[in-house]
Design a binder for this molecule. Structure first.
Ligand SMILES: C[S@@+](CC[C@H](N)C(=O)[O-])C[C@H]1O[C@@H](n2cnc3c(N)ncnc32)[C@H](O)[C@@H]1O
Length: 251
């Protein structure tokens, strides 16, 4: 079990938006003239804050970690950050134009409750976007896998596969399911994010494996920056198909 309260300060210091994910979200927002947007599992609020900046839109971020929410509120006082979980989205039906989550779905215990909840709070035609890692992305994480190959098995056990997610989204009532991929290259010149274990998979491997990887990374960094590629899979869908007969929501 990962304690996100403890990670909050490191997340605020090191975690940034992926430009490809942000670009796709903004394109969807512009395309449908979205004015009510929610990020589920917003962490320190990087994505929802950037979306809210300079736009006349109502933005809501929810997260179960008070530590994450504290950081988020400090950085974007104008945005509504609320305590809550993906499984219990307590909002009016047909309210949001876009509901998205980034790097959260592998933490969600009851995904069907989450997807059904998203379908319920979205207006008909509103869009869902689930941003996650596919199996091939997990196997090709660069440089994580080069230095910490032990993370692969851990992550393959944690992350639901894309076909599973797509099936569940359809079962929850979403239509027009499609997947897109984004990729961005950058270079790493400080070891801080890895030493601070900003990547939660580093909390799930043995101490020996972690220290081995850190030592090799330090050696390579002494010779110069390390090339990195960050990839994500985005699964999109639209609300407003026939509602499932028993949705099991509160409210
Ligand atoms: C890897 S972080 C991603 C944060 C943010 N989306 C980002 O990309 O910067 C995962 C986040 O999911 C949150 N989380 C964990 N379990 C959750 C759940 N059941 N419902 C909603 N959020 C959850 C954690 O508190 C944490 O902030």
């Amino acid at each position: 079990m990962i304690d996100y309260d403890k990670l909050a300060a490191d997340y605020a210091a090191h975690r940034t938006v992926h430009p490809g994910v942000l670009a796709e979200l903004l394109e969807a927002i512009n395309e449908q003239d979205a004015s009510r947007i929610m990020e589920v599992g917003c962490g320190t609020g990087n994505y929802i804050r950037t979306i809210g900046e300079g736009r006349a839109v109502q933005c809501v971020g929810i997260d179960p970690s008070e530590g994450m929410l504290r950081q988020a509120r400090k950085r974007a006082p104008g945005i509504e950050f609320l305590a809550g979980t993906a499984e219990t989205l307590d909002f009016d039906p047909d309210f949001f134009d876009l509901v998205f989550s980034v790097d959260v779905i592998h933490h969600v215990g009851d995904r069907m409750a989450f997807f059904r909840g998203e379908e319920r709070v979205l207006r008909p035609g509103g869009r869902i976007c689930t941003v996650t890692d596919s199996e091939d992305i997990i196997r090709r994480r660069e440089p994580l896998v080069r230095y910490f190959p032990e993370t692969v098995d851990v992550e393959l056990r944690r992350y639901p596969g894309i076909p599973v997610l797509e099936r569940e989204m359809v079962e929850a009532g979403f239509t027009g399911i499609r997947e897109s991929r984004v990729e961005a290259s950058h270079s790493l010149s400080i070891i801080g994010p890895y030493r601070d274990r900003v990547f939660s998979s580093l909390l799930l491997i043995s101490e020996a494996a972690f220290l081995r990887g850190i030592a090799r990374m330090e050696e390579d960094l002494a010779r110069g920056p390390i090339p990195c590629v960050s990839r994500y899979a985005l699964i999109w869908g639209r609300a407003g198909g026939p509602r499932p007969p028993s949705s099991g929501f509160r409210g």
